[in-house]
Design a protein around this ligand. Sequence first.
Ligand code: PCA
Length: 223
Amino acid sequence: MTTDPAGPRVLVTGFEPFEQDPVNPSWEVARALHGERIAGALVHAVQLPCVFGAAIEQLHQALEQVRPTLVIGLGLAGGRIDFTPERVAINMDDARIPDHAARQPVDTPVIAGAPAAYFSTLPIKAVVRNLRAQGIPASVSNTAGTFVCNHVFFALMHWLAQGRGEPGVRGGFIHVPALPEQAARRPGMASMALATQVAALRETIRTCLTVAQDLKETAGQLH
Ligand code: PCA
């Protein structure tokens, strides 16, 4: 991994495929923007393993190597119909399926002694508005689940909350829908084309780098 001393950097993480899928759109989308400059910042894409603990170690390594001013974690949420910036990371692992190291933690904290939850520091409402303005389906999500994605999201926010990042660094997590080829194997599953997902990430990064104050606009859900 190389760092660019000439300008700000964006770290985007994606996951390796999991649950017998040959592909994970979160990584395909992240790597599509590796090396691109958006609003003056250089994008670095890093793949994380779908393994509790190891994913956090690799995230920490990437954070120390890249020293980003913006961090966006991506993960697949098969079944979701749109691009979903997550609002909150919770300090809880509760795995429905084993990870790639056959670990299946149930009701254990991501980080013992850490707070119950952290909010994303990305301007999630502005991201949703700007994506919709481009015709890309998007909505705020109020749960990142309790599997490896939430695990990494929580560890990221804890690291940032400890002031270990660059001054003013922002971070958060976005779940993305399946790709059309994945949905084709599962009748009824929604999907979004890779090109649309890449355009969504590009607009998300641009928004996060240029919008200082998030919008106050409802994205509330009754349940
Ligand atoms: N999605 C899973 C883990 C890896 C991924 O892409 C999740 O939502 O936790």
